[in-house]
Design a protein around this ligand. Structure first.
Ligand code: FES
Length: 138
């Protein structure tokens, strides 16, 4: 069996949504201290809370690049509250799996999106639970 699925190879060789967004509404950056890989996500969010555009820059391994590419396709056009719920497991499933030693690469995608959403909430003055990222009303 090939080590990487066709989807992983596709998103690694031909990554979607690479780049940066000037005047982004939220930016999230995370790194993994062990492997040294870094992922940065940019969100453009409209007044209805819909993610109109998302871009990423990943300085990392093939799985990290494929994970960030897939993650951006999964949250583009979605409401910010749905992006917060994207798990690394969902990213791995959408990629038709990652080798076990590479699952941490998908965690970077989940975490960088969460950081970008936190940044968006902070800029907008939206109060949220720092653990669950649920919005605190009132
Ligand atoms: Fe660290 Fe892939 S080896 S993100």
């Amino acid at each position: 069996m090939a080590l990487y699925s066709e989807k992983v190879m596709d998103h690694f060789v031909n990554p979607r949504n690479v780049g940066t967004i000037e005047n982004a509404d939220g930016v999230g950056e995370v790194g993994n201290a062990k492997c040294g890989d870094i992922m940065k996500i940019y969100l453009k969010v409209n007044d209805d809370g819909i993610i109109e555009d998302v871009k990423f820059n990943t300085f990392g391994c093939a799985s990290a690049i494929a994970s960030s590419s897939m993650a951006t396709t999964l949250i583009k056009g979605k409401h910010i509250s749905e992006a917060v719920e994207l798990s690394n497991k969902a990213v791995v499933e959408a990629l038709d799996g990652l080798p076990p030693v590479k699952v941490h690469c998908s965690v970077l995608a989940e975490e960088s999106i969460k950081e970008a959403v936190k940044d968006y909430y902070n800029r907008k003055g939206i109060k949220y639970n720092p653990e669950t990222l649920e919005i605190i009303e009132g």
